[in-house]
Design a protein around this ligand. Structure first.
Ligand code: FES
Length: 130
């Protein structure tokens, strides 16, 4: 009499492993993106007509340029130091990277622009998410 229990058992084990792996991959690829949290609510009138309103502790700046408002991260894209905002540019005190007011790199070693944070208008306020 032939012994079918071992191959059958292996087959069932293989099915279980495949099902669990598939479930894990499905969960990995269908994971919902992390929700951004509200960093600040700022009255529009606080943002200067030209220049930036800096939130150093939360590491972002609200910038108004040609009627547009955007929130720029102040986290250096090189190694994560907090940038200093001057009237002309954003500079990194750690290794000297520089960025223009739109976050584009003007001097390395950083090689990526600064990301913009999500910004929503609610009445007279701006809501900044990070
Ligand atoms: S962390 Fe900003 S230049 Fe290195």
């Amino acid at each position: 009499m032939a012994d079918f229990s071992s191959p059958r058992r292996r087959f069932i084990q293989t099915l279980i492993v495949a099902a669990l792996s598939g479930w894990g991959l499905l969960r990995f690829f269908s994971a919902a993106p992390a929700k951004a949290s509200l960093l600040a609510r700022i009255e529009d009138q606080r943002i200067p007509a030209r220049g930036a309103l800096v939130f150093r502790q939360q590491r972002f700046a609200l910038i108004r340029d040609q009627g547009q408002v955007f929130a720029l991260s102040l986290v250096c894209t090189h190694l994560g130091c907090t940038l200093t905002v001057t009237s002309r540019e954003l500079t990194c005190p750690c290794h000297g990277s520089r960025f223009d007011q739109h976050g584009q790199v003007t001097r390395g070693p950083a090689d990526r622009p600064l990301p913009r944070l999500r910004l929503e208008r609610e009445g007279e306020d701006w809501l900044v998410y990070g």
